[in-house]
Design a protein around this ligand. Structure first.
Ligand SMILES: *Cc1c(COP(=O)(O)O)cnc(C)c1O
Ligand code: SF4
Length: 326
């Protein structure tokens, strides 16, 4: 049976021309959008598009998804494997960087293509793999009693069907020393109908403590079906955290970050991380100076309760944890 979210995903916008037309934006943006989308195609779900302001080329949601010519500029220091994932491979699809937790890359695909993404050079057309292919990863986890938490990531792990996700969770539940299951997904933000009753039910009845880490960057994302879905997650008892990336022209202001935290905590979602941009090729125009980032977070402290301040961090290859910057 096809569930609604699959229909929503199939109907996502994939053409720069259509995106500009739907938002009443001038055609002069089209040539560079088409050129820049050749290597990393445009992809925007309808629900996300509905939250953009028509006629505004600087809309903070549009800027996250519209391909622009600057992506093709070479910038020193901005490379393909910005977070050095290749060195952390413990088994196919399994990354191990930190003590106590491992990260499974369930799929290379996403429901939206964020232009700043550190995985923008991943093979996005790769199909999700079969459960059998995970045998070596499960063995690494089962053989090491120090692993208490398994992170599901990608791409977007929630692009897996409830059935396949269920099978995978069952496999993890059978490993006694695994206690927590953490899902890192942007789907509750960009394709809220993915958060099905079945999924919530599966997570809340698991032996494993479920933690959902969503990914919103701007308060304008947290409206309508998205806020309803976040509330539903929180009410179901699933610990829900948010991580953002600090992005030039999008959320590099006290107003944007403050309102983002306000909306999150009003729904019971805890701001977790504010990431300094990973220096991936094609994303240099999104970078905010680290010093500016520190100032912004310092200023946030003057306005918000302590639990509403995300930790400002950067990923450093070889470090034992994400590096605090504030
Ligand atoms: C970010 C990350 C984690 C999680 O780190 P936390 O600080 O626990 O959120 C785990 N594994 C890998 C490979 C990561 O990149
Ligand atoms: S991995 Fe996350 S940030 Fe990157 S394109 Fe997918 S949804 Fe966007």
């Amino acid at each position: 049976m096809t569930s609604d979210w699959r229909v929503s995903l199939a109907g996502a916008i994939r053409s720069p021309r259509e995106l500009l037309k739907r938002l009443d934006l001038p055609d002069l943006l089209l040539p560079s959008a088409e050129k820049a989308s050749a290597g990393f195609p445009l992809l925007v779900p309808e629900s996300y598009l509905r939250r953009m302001r028509p006629g505004d080329p600087a809309d903070p949601l549009l800027l996250q998804v519209l391909p622009v010519g600057q992506e093709l500029d070479e910038s020193p220091g901005f490379v393909k494997d910005a977070v050095d994932d290749q060195h952390a491979h413990a088994a196919p699809g399994l990354l191990r960087k930190y003590v106590g937790r491992v990260l499974m890359i369930l799929t290379g695909t996403c429901a939206i293509h964020c232009r700043y993404c550190f995985r923008r050079h991943y093979p996005y057309d790769e199909e999700p793999r079969k459960l059998e292919d995970w045998a070596p990863a499960f063995k690494v986890i089962a053989d090491d009693e120090s692993i208490h938490e398994v992170l599901l990531s990608g791409g977007d792990p929630l692009l897996m069907s409830d059935r396949r996700l269920g099978e995978l969770i069952e496999r993890l539940e059978s490993i006694p020393h695994v206690r927590r299951l953490r899902i890192h997904s942007r789907l509750p933000i960009v394709l809220p109908d993915r958060v099905t009753e079945e999924l919530v039910q599966r997570l809340t009845t698991s032996r494993l403590i479920p933690i959902m880490v969503v990914h919103a960057n701007h308060p304008q994302e947290i409206v309508d079906d998205c806020s309803e879905m976040l509330r539903k997650l929180v009410r179901s008892g699933i610990t829900t955290l948010n991580q953002s990336v600090l992005l030039r022209g999008i959320n590099d202001s006290v107003e944007a970050l403050r309102e983002l935290s306000e909306r999150l905590i009003d729904l019971g979602v805890i701001p977790y991380y504010l990431h300094q941009l990973d220096r991936v090729q094609g994303a240099a125009h999104f970078e905010v100076d680290e010093t500016r980032g520190r100032e912004l977070v310092a200023e946030l402290r003057n306005h918000l309760p302590g639990y509403a301040i995300p930790r400002f961090v950067r990923e450093v290859a070889g470090a034992a944890h994400k590096l605090p910057l504030d």
